[in-house]
Design a protein. Sequence first.
Length: 153
Amino acid sequence: MERFGGIFHTNLSTGKLIWTALNTDEANLIDLIKFGQGNRFSLVQLENEISRLKLSESYRSFKIPIFFLLGRYDKHVPATLAEQYFETIEAPCKRLMWFENSAHNPPFEEPARFNRILIEKVLPVVNSVDCKSSQHSSCLMNDACSFRNEDYI
């Protein structure tokens, strides 16, 4: 999928992410190997269950705030399908935020913007007793919000 642009939209790759991680004090080669092994193990063990999972049939009503942070060019988990599912969700508060320069990895492709959205949009809702009390929210309850690049530069 990565070869065809569904994982990364920018000039990023799994190899570049690995190299970046190895150049920090927070991860080493053993960590990355174990992460890969754990990821592979989970995918294999959960494959049958995931293939039968019908989110839109089983998971439509939530009692907690729901946030979808979607990369516009995501082909790994197609953003258009995620958006369609989002529209069926019932929640006391829900927000859909698009990353116009990302595919499947907005935290890595648009890290500054991703972090700002978490701090300015998600955290105030998480810290409030109910979504309506969040003064940091610029959208109406149960509306999809599309924050474009010009909103968070």
